[in-house]
Design a protein around this ligand. Structure first.
Ligand code: DAH
Length: 344
């Protein structure tokens, strides 16, 4: 019996040592130490032993169980350790490898320009309004004092869907739409950025699609000096504190009087150069006092209210500010061009 038990022990321990998986070790545990296992089996035959032998064999059987149990335990631990080690090896990060560069994008220069202008006017108490790009003839022209067959319509040749529906040629229709919403009661202080469309041939300074920002202020007693003050604040903030503006008489059907606004040339500071065509001034926008007819058509009493309006081209502003010489750069998405504006 003694030999039997010792053989069992050696056999089990050898198998445990050879085992490479926890599952196999578990099976050995069941096989050797389970209720139907060989050790139990041997112990069952104890009845046949002499009373002197019994405790000796009993003790040996316990020792064998214990030895097998210990071997299983330490093997399990070793396998566990090995598994952890393997996992760690597999998941090791080689911190000495150079990282992959993270390509950072940035706002498109037109978006950045609009955001800058918006921030400035919001600071002056304006809010941002928007209107549809597919516009009715009424809002795009008629409500702005441009009746059908008005010669000034020729300046803004458009893309028509029907006689009454077109791609808007300017952001000015948002003026009329907003005034209607206010139902004759001011104040209104809005700027309206957005896309506009014209039947133009594309070249370095023209595009059939571009962006404008419209401004409108309607209240009791709004005067031309208010317009000048606001535009001066805008020009200095956008182009630089040292720049100044001047107002030249002009014509727009929706304003009276109308002006064109120039900013002093940032290259020659007024002496005259190629950029300002030797005038010292560069045109940046159109503006004026809202025509009484326009106020009236949109539900405001011109005897009670007055207002100013202005409209500027976003591409033109960006081109002047950043020295861009071709409007088409904005739309062709050449990364070498766009990457220059990452921090704008
Ligand atoms: N809508 C004009 C254009 O596209 C720009 C403009 C001029 C807007 C004068 C105005 C304004 O609101 O008062 O040429």
């Amino acid at each position: 019996m003694r030999e039997q038990l010792e053989a069992l022990r050696d056999d089990a321990i050898e198998k445990i040592e050879q085992a490479q998986e926890k599952k196999v070790v578990q099976e050995i545990r069941v096989k050797y130490l389970g209720k139907k296992g060989p050790v139990t089996e041997v112990l069952r035959g104890m009845g046949k032993l002499s009373p002197e032998e019994r405790p000796v064999i009993g003790q040996l059987a316990n020792d064998v169980r214990e030895a097998i149990g210990k071997a299983i335990e330490s093997k399990m631990e070793a396998l566990e350790q090995a598994e952890i080690h393997r996992k760690l090896q597999e998941e090791t990060i080689d911190v000495t490898l150079p990282g992959r560069p993270i390509l950072k994008g940035g706002a498109h220069p037109l978006t950045a320009t609009i955001t800058e202008v918006e921030d400035l006017f919001i600071g002056l108490g304006f809010s941002v309004a928007e209107g549809p790009q597919i516009e009715t003839d009424y809002y795009n022209f008629e409500a702005l004092n441009l009746p059908k067959d008005h010669p000034a319509r020729d300046m803004q040749d458009s893309f028509y869907f029907t006689d009454e529906l077109l791609l808007r040629t300017q952001t000015s229709p948002v003026q009329a739409r907003t005034m209607e919403k206010y139902k004759g009661k001011g104040p209104i202080k809005i700027i309206c950025p957005g896309k506009v469309f014209r039947r133009d041939d594309d070249d370095a300074t023209h595009s059939h699609q571009f962006m404008q920002i419209e401004g409108l202020y309607v209240d009791h007693g709004v005067r031309m000096s208010d317009l000048k003050g606001v535009l001066q604040a805008f020009a200095k903030s956008f182009f630089g504190e040292e720049r100044s503006i001047r107002l030249r008489p002009s014509f727009f059907p929706f304003t009276e009087p109308s002006v064109e606004v120039d900013v002093s040339c940032g290259i020659c500071h007024g002496d005259g150069c190629r950029v300002c065509k030797q005038t010292g001034w560069i045109e940046i926008l159109g503006a004026g006092m809202v025509h009484p007819r326009v106020l009236e058509m949109s539900g405001f009493n011109p005897n009670e209210y007055s207002g100013f309006a202005f409209g500027m081209g976003v591409e033109r502003l960006a081109m002047l500010k950043y020295g861009i010489d071709d409007i088409r750069h904005f739309y062709t998405n050449d990364r070498r061009f766009l990457a220059q504006f990452k921090r704008v």
